[in-house]
Structures are given as structure tokens and as C-alpha cells.
Design a protein. Structure first.
Lengths: 326, 291
């Protein structure tokens, strides 16, 4: 099953922050299932879990600035038959609380859902301490854990429901930033499947999260210069839709990965692993944070500085299409 | 054979020594395992599984059951012994402890072992997990109790105190922590490695009811459990149990060498000779001496 969309429907001017659709859907889910509960770690305003609390006051706990206890308590709720959604900043979910997640949630395969907020560069001005550029690398190393990243508010609502329906643990990487609505609400989301967002023949551009809008923008710009880009959205980082990636790359012979994450352990690594496993090595550019700490700034300024903006994609596509074919 | 109705304290003590016998058998057969802290917790575990917890071995997944989180997961062997003799699985399975393919992992895996309520083994996490279970009971409007058995050394983990703070904040009156205060950790005396006293005051300051009790005195433990049951309110309880690491085996008592380790044949024979007579009518070995 491949989800194909046309580029014509993309930028109709609607910008939405994916966290709103996520919380609206989570509240809808919780209306129908009283096992669904939520926790936060002193970020309930930003994560909108206050809305959950206001609707279900006896099903929400703010654990304060204590992410380890947040995840340990989440594990206990899940072990006792609840379906907890635990929210905190992605940096603290994936690092401060990582061992309770690994040992008390992933190892016992509990149905806990962990939401890492302000992931990537979406918390630009707070600087490196609060920018989560390693979370996928860390989280995808744990057996049993599903790792998802919504690219717009349509997908974020679908991912909320998919996480609820999945019987095991799920990590959801949320970027808190307004972004164009790209996906068609009628298209289903399935854990383990990616989306063919735009068909092209010259270069495969694979991405996830809100970087998808930049990928589509770059594809549009490149089309004007005669480079036909195939855009893949890969919201399921684990399990990963290697078949979709391979089919595309075998056709184009060239791959650009674009991510607001370290190239170590993120989509660049995931793709490399899949391609080498398949015995196919295309021309390849990995756009992401290149093994360095980031800094404070407007999110879009940071994307320019760290080479994950539209113009960086355009440059990489030109390099790949002018370099000799293998 | 008709056995006269035993005194509960005597019964508890005999059970504890039965569990100790199994701990030594398991350690001996596995060639490894954390005997010291398992021996110190034997009365506590016997108290929970035979005198306190509302459980049904025929229904390990019973929703209304009381739950135990073994936060000091390295002492899994004494809980495995209790589960086996309580009827969750055949005591002969104890011989597979720590072996490849066993349902009895070196640290608890509740996906593998019937009767376990949680996987554990990384110190400092269990009280948080117990808190989550306690909150789940309230949200699901169930009246089960949650027990968390902790080591004293793991109270050096900051996460334990995050959980202690949150449990009183959220008035988890259905949560009971039990501290096996044997004052020994891997590097030496807890008080010398990283002191945790004044321990009772710390718990009180965090909003808990505190009982201090001799963790090897069966009558005192039964009385403490009754006191806790009779005074249930919105505050969580902690039982700080003063114990002896390696209890019941003379050469293991208060010895930091026996946090974990392997027994020689002579040590095994001596340990069993010391323990088995005290197990009373539970003293018969459950499984053959050889694999």
C-alpha cells in the first residue's frame, strides 16, 4: 500500500501546529475509553495536556519536574491496565528518562505512549540544551518500541490514534511549530508505512516531521530547474518502510535525507542501513545536524545555519544530479 | 497427615526458612545469584505472599489482586521461591534459575514468570512503578493494594525520592514501600558508601507514614502489617525493616562478600545444614540436588 498525493493541493495557506490536532484526537479517544490517561512533567500548558486535565480531572497527573518518575509512573499505570500518554520535552524524554523507558516500559512491552515535545529545532531560541536532535537515534535502539514522527496536523491526529491502538510502547516525536497541512485526511496511516508524497525520477528526497514542508518546497523549486524530485514522508522511523525507500531509490539512483536531527542515528542512518542491507548504494547526501551541538536562534535561521533548509536541499540535489552516475 | 494449626508467626518463620533453603539451592545450582539480599528479605516476602497480599495463584492476571513490585530485582530468587511454593508454578522449575531459556531470569521478567506483577532490576525505578499501579487502582475504582520491596542501597537513586514525593502529593494511600534495611551494598556498608540516615525522618518529611520494625521478627512484621491495614488513609506507608544481609547462614551474615557469588560444595552443605532444620515442616528439599 502506497499513499500518493499530488503536489497541487499542498500550500493552500493553512498552517497548523500538529500538537493541537494530536490533543483533540487524544481527547476524542479518551471519551470512548476510560483506560486512557495522561501525564506531564510541568509542561502541561505547552503540551496542551491541561485540556485533557480539564476534561478528565481524575485521569491526569502532573508529575512536576521529574521525568524519570514520570516514566516510571507511566510504566506502573500501563502494567496495571491503563493506556497512559506521557508528555515531556523530547530532550528529557529521550535522555533524562531514558532508562525507565528502556527497562520499565520497552522491556516489559507495556502499552505506554511517550510524547517528546519541542523536538528537533522547533524550540529554537532555548538553544542546544532544549533542542532534541538525538531522540530518534536513542529511542530506535530499544526493542519493542515504535518510533513515529508526524509531519503535519492531519498525520498527528492519525498517529495519536495509531499509538492508542498499538498494543505496545510508542514514542512520538512532536515538533511544536506551525506547518502546512500536506496530507490528505482521507489517506490512512499505518505503523511501518511511509508515504510517496510526490513522484519524481531524478532524486529521492526522504524526510519526516515538519521538514516535509521544506522537502515539498524544494521539490517545487527544483522542478523549475528541470530536476524531478520524488518526495517520501517517512513518519514511521521504526518500524521503517524500507520497501518504499528502496523502490524509490532504485528508480532515481540518488537519495537525499532531510531531518531536523543528528545524521547519526536518524533517517540518514536508518536509510543507510536499509540500503546496505539490500546491497544497493545510491548517490547520497545526508542533510541533518552534522555531529555538533546547535545554538539559540529563530528555528528557520537555525535551519539555514545547520544546512537543513530548502536551499540546502536544492544545492544537494544539484550536486547529486551533476555527479557521475554509478 | 493432620497438622495442628500453627501459630502465624511460627508459620511465617518456617516459610521464610523454606525460602532461604531454596535461595541457597538456586544459588548453588546457578553458580551465581544474589543470595545475601534474598536471605535478608525472606520474612518480608513470606509475610507478603502468605499473610498479606490478596492473590490467587490460579489467576495470576486477576485484576483485583494486590501487586508487588520487586524494586530490588536482584533478589528475584526469593520471590521465585515464594511464587513456586505459593502455587504459581512447579517448584522443580526453580532449578532453571539463570539458565538459558528459563522462565526465571536473573532479574524479574513478568512476561516470563507467572505471578510477577512487573519486570524490574534497575534499582530506583520500582517505587515509581508502584505509584503508577496505585494511581491506576484509584482511576479504575479498584481497591487493591500495591507493595514495593526496596533495598536500602537503592534509596541512593534520586528517582526513588521523586516517587516518594509524588506518592504523598497524589495521596497514594494504597501504596506501601518496604525497605530491606540490611545496611550492606556492593561496595560496603550503606552508611559508609553513601549514608541514607535519618531514614525514617526522610520518609516522614516526604509525607509518609513510617513504621520501623525488625525484619526477621515474624510477630513484629505481622503486627506492622496489621497496623498498616488498620490505619489506611490517604498517605502512603513505608515499613523500614531492619535486617541482616545473608540472614540464616552464619558465614554470609553481614558479609559484603555475599552480595552475590558462588558457593563451594562445603559452603553449600553448611548453609543447608543451618537452614533446613529451621524450616520446620517446610524443610524438605523441593527438588533433587542434581540437575
Amino acid at each position: 500500500m502506497t499513499h500518493t498525493q499530488t503536489i497541487g493541493s499542498f500550500f493552500d495557506g493553512t498552517l497548523e501546529d500538529p500538537r493541537f490536532a494530536f490533543m483533540e484526537e487524544l481527547i476524542r479517544i479518551a471519551e470512548d475509553d476510560d483506560r486512557v490517561v495522561a501525564l506531564d512533567a510541568d509542561t502541561s500548558r505547552r503540551n496542551l495536556t491541561r485540556r485533557f486535565r480539564d476534561r478528565f480531572p481524575d485521569r491526569f497527573w502532573d508529575m512536576g519536574v521529574a521525568e524519570q518518575n514520570l516514566m516510571g509512573t507511566t510504566a506502573g499505570l500501563a502494567a496495571a491496565g491503563r493506556i497512559p500518554f506521557a508528555f515531556a520535552f523530547a530532550v528529557f524524554v529521550s535522555m533524562r528518562a531514558v532508562e525507565p523507558i528502556r527497562t520499565s516500559i520497552c522491556y516489559p512491552r507495556l502499552p505506554a505512549k511517550m510524547i517528546g515535545a519541542f523536538a528537533g529545532l522547533s524550540n529554537g531560541k532555548d538553544g542546544a540544551t532544549h533542542q532534541s536532535i538525538e531522540d530518534i537515534s536513542i529511542m530506535r535502539s530499544f526493542p519493542n518500541l515504535v518510533v513515529l514522527s508526524p509531519s503535519d496536523s492531519v498525520l498527528s491526529a492519525k498517529i495519536a490514534r495509531a499509538a492508542y491502538e498499538h498494543p505496545g510502547p510508542v514514542y512520538i516525536r512532536m515538533e511544536h511549530e506551525e506547518t502546512p497541512v500536506i496530507h490528505d485526511p482521507a489517506e490512512p496511516f499505518t505503523i511501518g508505512r511511509g508515504y510517496l508524497v510526490r513522484e519524481g525520477r531524478d532524486v529521492t528526497l526522504a524526510t519526516y516531521g515538519i521538514a516535509l514542508a521544506r522537502a515539498v518546497g524544494a521539490a517545487t523549486a527544483l522542478a523549475a530547474t528541470g530536476i524531478d524530485v520524488e518526495v517520501l514522508d517517512m513518519p514511521s522511523l521504526k518500524p521503517f518502510d524500507a520497501d518504499l525507500l528502496l523502490a524509490s531509490v532504485r528508480k532515481t539512483g540518488a537519495l537525499i535525507t532531510l531531518e531536523d536531527h543528528s545524521v547519526i542515528g536518524g533517517l540518514a542512518s536508518i536509510s543507510s542501513e536499509a540500503l546496505v542491507k539490500a546491497g544497493y548504494v545510491p548517490r547520497f547526501r545526508a542533510l541533518g545536524i552534522q555531529d555538533e551541538f546547535t545554538e539559540s536562534g529563530n528555528s528557520d535561521e537555525l535551519r539555514v545555519k545547520f544546512g537543513v533548509d530548502v536551499s540546502a536541499v536544492v544545492r544537494a540535489a544539484h550536486e547529486l544530479t551533476t555527479s557521475p552516475r554509478q | 497427615m493432620i497438622t495442628p494449626k500453627a501459630d502465624p508467626a511460627e508459620e511465617l518463620t518456617a516459610r521464610a526458612y523454606q525460602l532461604r533453603c531454596e535461595v541457597i539451592e538456586m544459588t548453588n545450582r546457578a553458580g551465581s545469584g544474589h543470595a545475601g539480599g534474598a536471605l535478608s528479605a525472606a520474612e518480608i516476602v513470606a509475610l507478603l505472599y502468605w499473610h498479606v497480599m490478596r492473590i490467587d495463584p490460579a489467576r495470576p492476571g486477576w485484576e483485583e489482586r494486590d501487586r508487588l513490585v520487586l524494586s530490588k530485582g536482584h533478589c528475584a530468587l526469593v520471590v521465585y521461591a515464594a511464587l513456586a511454593h505459593r502455587g504459581y508454578f512447579d517448584p522443580a522449575v526453580l532449578a532453571t534459575f539463570r539458565k538459558l531459556g528459563s522462565i526465571l531470569q536473573g532479574h524479574p521478567d513478568f512476561r516470563k514468570t507467572p505471578g510477577l506483577d512487573m519486570s524490574s532490576g534497575s534499582l530506583g525505578q520500582g517505587l515509581s512503578v508502584g505509584l503508577g499501579m496505585a494511581l491506576a487502582a484509584r482511576q479504575a475504582q479498584r481497591d487493591y493494594q500495591v507493595y514495593v520491596l526496596m533495598s536500602d542501597g537503592e534509596l541512593q537513586e534520586g528517582m526513588s525520592w521523586e516517587a516518594a514525593m509524588a506518592a504523598s502529593h497524589y495521596r497514594a494511600g494504597n501504596l506501601t514501600a518496604i525497605v530491606d534495611r540490611n545496611n550492606l551494598q556492593v561496595d560496603g556498608l550503606v552508611d559508609q558508601v553513601m549514608g541514607i540516615e535519618p531514614l525514617a525522618d526522610k520518609w516522614r518529611a516526604f509525607g509518609w507514614h513510617v513504621l520501623e520494625v525488625d525484619g526477621h521478627d515474624a510477630a513484629a512484621l505481622l503486627s506492622a502489617a496489621e497496623q498498616r491495614r488498620a490505619h489506611a488513609d490517604e498517605r502512603p506507608w513505608v515499613l523500614v525493616c531492619r535486617t541482616t544481609k545473608g540472614k540464616g547462614v552464619s558465614f554470609m551474615e553481614n558479609s559484603m562478600e555475599w552480595h552475590s557469588g558462588k558457593l563451594s560444595p562445603e559452603q553449600y552443605a553448611q548453609a543447608m545444614a543451618e537452614l533446613r532444620p529451621r524450616a520446620g515442616r517446610f524443610g524438605a528439599p523441593a527438588v533433587p540436588q542434581t540437575d
